[in-house]
Design a protein around this ligand. Structure first.
Ligand code: NAP
Length: 287
């Protein structure tokens, strides 16, 4: 069986690589902080010393990294993924980045004779663990077809959206929606408390009507309990809002609500809540 690579074993990457190993694929992993490789090594993964070691030994390598800076560092840095890319090798970057970053990495991979697909995902820690992510791919169609057996173990739906950049844009638009929903939801919860109303009553009313959704149900309970362990780190939500607002700038599309939501998440970061779950923005809004 062919060896596949996985770079970046954070909350999402560790769960996704785990599903590939459980499905019986031979997986070689790398993470900047090497201790995060131990759990997957115990399940049978090979551990590489550098991203280049992964990409040079695997026909297809997946990456799941924090942000544009991390995606660039892992691709272009010393011992980076690009050094190991040779003719025909596939590089599938599943990190949430902006379209320009995806194009820059994609161009560099293609210039070395490799093939590139961006494939950011919708869905959080639990869907990553359950293999039910929604994969928003764009770039090399042949690589998409080849990666489908792996995507099918990581996700429940895989879309091919066209040229590189369209996956990043779709992902940012989806997360802009989520960030905006979370900000107004937290404002509603804060106002409920200030008015002396019962939070549980608000959650029950919302859940009974047309605004009901799994996110409000799950995160509402977490906020009420003051439980902010990260499934989706707040700093990544702010990064996505920042990049979505920049996309709006570039396209002259006013984004009044997204820009306001971004300010709430910026305030939450300034207050020290970066590594909490993104529903921790409640603490900044209610303070
Ligand atoms: P995370 O737990 O913070 O993991 C981030 C990963 O990036 C870690 O492997 C980290 O390595 C690595 N990294 C950060 N900076 C780096 C650098 N300069 N050089 C090399 N590696 C670096 O994040 P996550 O929740 O797994 O999210 C990963 C990506 O998926 C992000 O783009 C996020 O926006 C997106 N996403 C997340 C969710 C979610 O619900 N969590 C859902 C959909 C999409 P270390 O372990 O060494 O820090």
């Amino acid at each position: 069986m062919e060896n596949i690579g996985f770079l970046g074993l954070g909350i999402m990457g560790s769960a996704m690589a785990n599903n590939l190993i459980k499905a019986g694929f031979k997986v070689t992993v790398w993470n900047r902080s090497p201790e995060k490789c131990a759990e997957l090594a115990a399940l049978g993964a090979q551990v590489a010393a550098t991203p280049a070691e992964v990409t040079s030994s695997c026909r297809i390598s997946f990456a799941m990294l924090a942000d544009p800076e991390a995606a660039q560092a892992v691709c272009f840095g010393p011992g980076g993924a690009l050094e190991g890319i040779g003719a025909g090798r596939g590089y599938v970057d599943m990190s949430t980045v902006d379209a320009a970053t995806a194009r820059e990495i994609g161009q560099a991979v293609c210039d070395k004779g490799g093939r590139f697909l961006e494939a950011p995902v919708s869905g959080s820690k639990k869907p990553a663990q359950d293999g039910t992510l929604i994969i928003l791919a764009a770039g090399d169609r042949g690589l998409f077809d080849e990666a489908l057996p792996y995507f099918e173990k990581m996700g429940k739906k895989s879309l091919f959206l066209g040229e590189v950049g369209r996956g990043a844009q779709m992902k940012l638009i989806v997360n802009m929606t989520m960030g905006g929903m979370m900000a107004i939801f937290c404002e509603a919860l804060a106002l409920t408390a200030k008015a002396g109303l019962d939070t549980a009553d608000l959650l029950e009313v919302i859940d009974a009507g047309a605004m009901a959704n799994p996110m409000f149900k799950m995160k509402g309970a977490q906020i009420a309990a003051g439980a902010f362990d990260p499934a989706f780190p707040l700093k990544h939500m702010q990064k996505d809002l920042r990049l979505a607002v920049a996309l709006g700038d570039a396209l002259d599309q006013p984004l009044f609500s997204a820009a306001a939501a971004n300010e709430s998440f910026k305030k939450a970061k300034a207050l020290g809540f970066s590594d909490q779950d993104f529903c921790g923005v409640f603490q900044a809004i209610s303070s």
